[in-house]
Design a protein around this ligand. Structure first.
Ligand code: 0O2
Ligand code: 0O2
Length: 221
């Protein structure tokens, strides 16, 4: 349309493949959890959420990142976004390994903010990938992002995000530094929980060995 400053006239149509991708991937990722629970009784995935980026956030990010509308599909990687929450930091890497082996997603980039935290204190593992969506007009490949994080990382990011939204990121330096310390406290909590789990595992192994030894001794009498 001449005179229009927007190439995308119908955002609903533009976002249709992204919505389908999010819906499909939620089912697939929740399927991983279900399979683990069945086989192992424990899953590295605690829960999965997903969303299509709201149009206002897309427009705001286009301005912030200088993305032209005709480059949106190539340059905005998180219009379709999934989050996988894990109990332990080690689970994050198990999930990432599983994702690397999948044939239905083509990983383009990985960003390890778990061990390379962002200046704000934010931690998560980001995977950017290409995903094929079957549309009535044929296959359409879209970009999508999965963020993998622990429950503690998710707690921090969720609260920090909503404070940022409320105060438009204009925190005084002292509060920025307190938020950063809070992120560190969350990470310490993750480390402590992993250590507790490891110690419990050790104790379990030792007591199993004790039981085996005692029963061996008894049977040899
Ligand atoms: P259940 O039985 O609650 O686990 P939908 O696609 O309708 O399933 P929706 O509304 O699009 O989900 O929301 P989203 O954001 O994709 O995912 C929400 C899911 O994450 C819900 O699961 C929530 O229960 C789960 N969830 C959110 N926060 C937490 C949390 O702190 N702990 C746990 N364990 N789960 C959380 P479901 O699918 O509704 O099923
Ligand atoms: P949403 O949907 O509101 O979460 P950028 O230009 O920094 O926004 P970039 O470089 O494209 O993003 O990617 P990056 O930094 O790998 O990932 C950006 C996304 O990671 C953000 O998406 C957040 O979801 C999350 N994130 C990154 N840093 C922080 C942080 O300091 N605090 C919180 N709470 N989340 C963070 P958006 O675009 O903000 O979208």
């Amino acid at each position: 349309m001449i005179g229009s400053d927007s190439l995308i006239e119908n955002w609903d149509d533009f976002l249709t493949p992204y919505k389908q991708a999010v819906d499909e991937l939620k089912v697939k990722l929740r399927g991983i959890r279900a399979q683990f629970l069945k086989v192992d009784g424990r899953s590295p995935i605690e829960f999965v959420t997903g969303r299509v980026k709201p149009v206002d956030s897309i427009k705001e990010k286009m301005v912030r990142r200088h993305i032209q509308e005709d480059r949106l599909e190539e340059d905005m990687e998180d219009i379709a976004g999934l989050r996988i929450m894990c109990q332990f930091v080690e689970d994050i890497y198990q999930v990432v390994d599983l994702l690397r082996k999948r044939t239905d997603i083509n990983i383009l980039e990985e960003r390890d903010y778990v061990h390379n935290k962002k200046p704000s204190g934010y931690r998560s593992y980001h995977i950017i990938f290409e995903y094929p969506v079957q549309m009535i007009g044929g296959e359409k490949k879209i970009l999508a992002e999965i963020q993998v994080r622990t429950l503690a990382m998710n707690f921090w990011a969720t609260v920090e995000h909503s404070l940022n939204y409320k105060y438009q990121g204009e925190f005084p330096d002292q509060l920025k530094s307190r938020l950063k310390s809070a992120a560190e406290a969350a990470f310490k909590l993750d480390e402590e929980m992993s250590e507790i789990r490891d110690e419990l595992r050790e104790k379990k192994t030792v007591s199993h060995e004790d039981v085996r030894k005692t029963s061996d001794e008894n049977s040899s009498v």
